[in-house]
Design a protein around this ligand. Structure first.
Ligand code: ADP
Ligand code: TZP
Ligand code: MG
Length: 252
């Protein structure tokens, strides 16, 4: 586990601009605060680029996106690219509808991501492959390593593919992470918050693959520790322990 990058995140307290979905905004803000980053949610076309320019990292998550938010994301993404601020794009639910597919394509044609983070079904869809998805979830068993590597090569970016095993790749070098708990699949926003956490890790400017891997490893380990607390009775009690664990230093 790479605790060095987390140490730097906490020293820096990076401002993370989240343009995310309406389901997870509060959870993502609380998760980032617990981690030691400073969240800001700004979705208006009028101030998205200005906020992005002040920030240390930008997350673009299409979970509930419409035309208005897309335009703002493109403005913010271009501003971040110009200033070399890391950008994470999360194609939430992209495989579910043709509208999301089209919208994601236009986002990707305008904004260069540092990392694309998604589950196996979402990532497969980006290279024209169909894996078992249900709404915003991947429900299959296929090993997505090759899918993740192909997305990275096709999009010229690094990729974090989440699941029981997380895969981090730039298409040439591939790292895996086994930490985590199935309870993360029983709360909404576990993938989305990880996108925000990865953005915070990238903001300190270390190697992209190492940073994304360290973020996934820490996140999964903290979820494991939260799940093992004696008073965890299900997703609700897990959730509050998970936020507490993200805030803690103790690696158990
Ligand atoms: N079966 C599992 N066992 C352990 N951890 C998991 C499992 N499935 C997903 N995770 C973890 O849950 C988090 C969210 O991943 P995932 O459920 O794939 O995202 P999404 O909600 O975007 O589909 C990641 O940290 C991942 O490692
Ligand atoms: C349920 C839902 N619907 C649109 S966005 C969203 C949140 C998905 O969050 P995650 O993919 O992190 O579980
Ligand atoms: Mg989920």
């Amino acid at each position: 586990m790479n605790e060095g990058i987390l140490h730097k995140v906490r020293e820096m307290n990076p401002l993370v601009h989240n343009m995310t979905n309406q389901v997870v905004m509060n959870f993502s803000a609380n998760g980032l605060l617990a981690l030691g980053a400073s969240p800001i949610m700004a979705n208006a076309k009028e101030d998205a680029a200005e906020v992005a320019r002040q920030s240390d990292g930008l997350l673009l998550n299409i979970g509930t996106v419409g035309e208005e938010q897309l335009d703002a994301m493109i403005l913010a993404g271009k501003a971040a690219n110009e200033q070399e601020i890391p950008v994470v794009i999360d194609p939430v639910g992209v495989a579910a509808t043709s509208y999301r597919t089209k919208l994601f394509e236009s986002l990707l044609s305008e904004v260069q991501p540092t990392v694309i983070k998604g589950n196996a079904g979402e990532l497969a869809h980006l290279i024209g492959r169909k894996l078992e998805t249900k709404g915003v979830d991947f429900v299959g068993e296929t090993d997505p390593t090759e899918v993740a590597e192909e997305v990275a090569r096709n999009c010229g970016t690094s990729v974090l593919c989440t699941g029981k095993t997380d895969i981090v790749t730039d298409g040439n070098r591939t790292l895996k992470n086994e930490t985590g708990t199935a309870l993360l699949t029983q709360i909404t926003g576990a993938g989305c918050l990880l996108g925000s956490v990865v953005t915070a890790y990238l903001s300190v400017g270390e190697d992209v693959l190492e940073s994304a891997h360290a973020a996934a490893a820490y996140y999964g380990k903290k979820a494991e520790i939260a799940a093992s607390q004696t008073d965890v009775r299900g997703p609700g009690t897990f959730l509050s322990h998970f936020i507490d664990q993200l805030a803690g230093e103790d690696m158990g």
